[in-house]
Write a protein that binds this ligand. Structure first.
Ligand SMILES: [Zn+2]
Length: 287
């Protein structure tokens, strides 16, 4: 176990979800600037034998899980005898299937459908970026002297969802308690959060209130984030609540210097912002 880092780049208007043509423009801009490898290029051999070696990326449409759930009646909530003795509630067992498919570029067929579907994610694994020859998306580069044979790796992702996703911003807490989280209540008092069952149970937040119809605007709500360097809390409107996010999942490979909040490079941020025609902000979360 160890601390993992996930970096989020989110539209400053948290309610924004770009249209498919803007997302295609973003992916093309990443290819052009070298942040991802071109499908069919020799660089992708680094990913072999993984499915993503075909095009550089994989994707999942969340609705595919609903089809699996429909077919898999064995997933009825249940509990073991010892769980029954302990008074534990029934739980649906996890589904151990991999629904990922290779994401085509340019997007056609299901890859294009994903960009407009209610909820989907696309992932470009970058295993050892120096050997893949891709451009590192952070301000500071890992010291080549620190690199072992298996150099710094990360996964670049696009997360799309009609209703909001929201990440808890403080997994560790501090002497001053936990950070204040997003208030998910509508002004009328209705709690907009609900649970959706896919591979796991996931929380979503309604885009507009089922009771009074008022749209939910995360950016009007203060959320506290803990600074990775000082440990101090600071307020970021909307926190990590989004319908669209660019995610750099670093795992345990932190951009240097470790312990400081990483920043995406100006080139990466400008490439994303220009292609999407959106103002963006960034947040690092530690888990
Ligand atoms: Zn309401």
């Amino acid at each position: 176990m160890g601390v993992c880092l996930t970096h989020y780049i989110i539209p400053r208007d948290n309610t924004m979800r770009p249209e498919p043509d803007r997302i295609v423009a973003l992916i093309e801009a990443w290819l052009e600037a070298g942040f991802i490898a071109r499908p069919g290029s020799a660089a992708l051999q680094c990913l072999s034998p993984h499915l993503s070696a075909e095009t550089g990326a994989t994707f999942v449409i969340d609705d595919w899980w609903l089809q699996v759930l429909e077919q898999d009646k064995s997933r009825e909530p249940r509990r073991t005898w010892s769980q029954w003795l302990a008074g534990a509630p029934k739980q649906a067992p996890y589904i151990l299937v991999d629904l990922r498919r290779a994401f085509s570029m340019p997007p056609v067929g299901d890859s294009l459908v994903a960009l407009a579907s209610p909820s989907a994610s696309i992932a470009w694994p970058i295993n050892n970026y120096p050997s893949m020859g891709t451009v590192y998306p952070f301000e500071t580069l890992p010291d080549p002297a620190d690199n072992d044979d298996y150099g710094p790796s990360y996964c670049l992702k696009i997360d799309l969802t009609d209703d909001f996703k929201n990440e808890f911003t403080d997994n560790y807490g501090g002497a001053d308690g936990f950070c204040k989280q997003l208030d998910t209540h509508c002004n009328c008092g209705f709690d907009l959060i609900y649970t959706r069952t896919l591979q796991f149970e996931e929380k979503r937040i309604h885009r507009s209130c089922p009771e009074c119809g008022l749209p939910f605007r995360p950016q009007d709500r203060p959320v506290e984030i803990r600074d990775g360097e000082t440990g101090e809390k600071h307020v970021v409107p909307g926190g990590v609540c989004y319908r669209f996010a660019i995610i750099v999942d670093c795992g345990k490979d932190f951009p240097p210097p470790e312990g400081r909040n990483p920043r995406a490079s100006t080139r990466f941020l400008e490439t994303c912002s220009k292609a999407l025609d959106l103002e963006l902000y960034e947040i690092s979360l530690y888990s």
